[in-house]
Design a protein. Sequence first.
Length: 212
Amino acid sequence: AKSYKSISMAVIRRLPKYHRYLKELIDKEVYRISSKELSAMMGFTASQIRQDLNNFGGFGQQGYGYNVEELYREIQKILGLTITYRTVIIGSGNLGQAIANYTNFQKYGFKLLALFDTNPKLIGMKIRDVPVFDIDELQGFIDEKQVDIGIICTPKEFAQDIANKLIKAGVSAIWNFAPIDLRVPEHVIIENVHLSDSLFILSYLLSNQENL
Ligand code: NAI
């Protein structure tokens, strides 16, 4: 794949939002858009938008605006969403099953091959059409199926051990939902998700409202 390493992480972190808005425009059959219009939709300044999008080619034309499709496709490429990734979920409880049931990730190339758990009541079940296996089968499964991403949805006490197993088996990246900072070697990519961070910000904003 082409490397986009020169683009700063600050810009990269804004790309999913561009991606989302551009997809909406495509669904509405809007083919071109100015930075000013995008700015009004997205809440970034027009100059921020021009700066961001300048990072990856001249899709903006004076007096024309941006070609929505081209921009969308380029952002998909940068985000690696044109690649298919093979994923497994470890921990098949509430959250693990919710993620497995969310079919939208599949559309963007994240293929869920299996879930794993220690609970005999869950092992042997299927979530949609995806099987739940015994955690003891994790290593062998990853060896055989070449898994790229491990998604950790176990209680936090087990998360580091699971991460070690995933890394030893050869996954390249971990999407971690357990509320713990995992130690991983440098070559392994880790992205933590903490819904509570977002909820606590909401709480802060709410509790600091003048008229509460
Ligand atoms: P849950 O109890 O419904 O599911 C956990 C599952 O992990 C159970 O099925 C259990 O049998 C399994 N498990 C336990 N040890 C295991 C092991 N060694 N290997 C494989 N599977 C194992 O819990 P829930 O609600 O699904 O939460 C899961 C995790 O996600 C927790 O750590 C929770 O704190 C976290 N969480 C994080 C959120 C976030 O925003 N990051 C939001 C909600 C939950």
